[in-house]
Design a protein around this ligand. Structure first.
Ligand code: MG
Length: 266
């Protein structure tokens, strides 16, 4: 069932989103070569709980951590642990926060030190794909407008656009209807709903350097590219209003979610 949120409900999700903004500021500060993904997870959990809120992912279907930490060829659902991030890696941090029963969900891909131009371009295109999807999240459009806008960014560069994992509605549950695909699918063609005010969607493109095909590792969670090539993932929680999309998981409308690797910012 698709649910539409009132402005007071969206206000609670906005507060959850503000906590996520602070999580990403923390990640920008601490992500350096040599830190373990488990250490990032504990610091993020501490930040979320210090606000009196709860991490959405911990315990969700048995997931053991507060963030998903997906490195390089990992697309989504990487489990944080002892593994250290290294110079040249890309790490996706995906996080959800529950504030007074309302969720927000977002992900950023981070450059660890200096990246190859290939990885830098992949992350840039994925961020562009998310921005294109958000710009298409207009009342009166259909769900397929979002999917096509995201897909076009990926295809333009020849990247694999992951079809198997999708965005979603979000509210009192982390995952609600509708599914928000990142490309046109037969299922989307059959069930292409009109977007209405009050809908809140997590839009989350995943682009791969190689094939779009995926497989799940033996831990039962970590989804990797079938060919072992790199993947990038960005996500925001977006409320649809009559005045346009409001991104609940960014500091403001001018925030750049990918600023390039150290090489271009030094
Ligand atoms: Mg999500």
């Amino acid at each position: 069932m698709v649910t539409y949120k009132s402005s007071s409900e969206i206000a609670k999700m906005r507060i959850a989103g503000e906590v996520i903004v602070r999580v990403f500021e923390l990640c920008t500060k601490i992500l350096r070569p040599g830190i373990s993904t488990g250490e990032v997870d504990s610091k993020v959990e501490e930040l979320i709980r210090s606000n009196g809120d709860r991490p959405s992912f911990k315990g969700y279907c048995g997931f053991p951590a507060s963030i998903c930490a997906s490195l390089n060829e990992e697309i989504v659902h990487g489990i944080p642990g002892d593994r250290l991030v290294r110079e040249g890696d890309i790490l996706c941090v995906d996080v959800g926060v529950i504030h007074q029963g309302w969720h927000a969900d977002a992900a950023r891909t981070y450059a660890i030190g200096v990246l190859s131009a290939e990885r830098d371009a992949l992350a840039q295109a994925t961020a562009d794909g998310l921005n294109a999807g958000i710009a298409a999240a207009i009342v009166g459009h259909r769900l397929s407008h979002i999917a096509q806008a995201v897909e076009a960014e990926g295809r333009r560069h020849g990247y694999g656009v992951v079809e198997q994992y999708v965005g979603h509605g979000i509210g009192t549950a982390l995952h609600e209807e509708p599914q928000v695909p990142n490309c046109m699918t037969p299922a989307l063609k059959r069930n292409d709903m009109v977007l209405k005010a009050g809908l809140v969607l997590a839009i989350e493109p995943m682009f791969n350097l190689g094939t779009a095909d995926t497989r799940t590792k033996s831990d039962g969670w970590t989804v990797v590219t079938a060919d072992g090539k790199c993947s990038a993932h960005f996500e925001d929680t977006v409320a649809l209003t009559d005045n346009g999309p409001e991104v609940l998981t960014r500091k403001d409308a001018t925030e750049r979610i990918w600023t390039g690797s150290a090489r271009s910012t030094s």
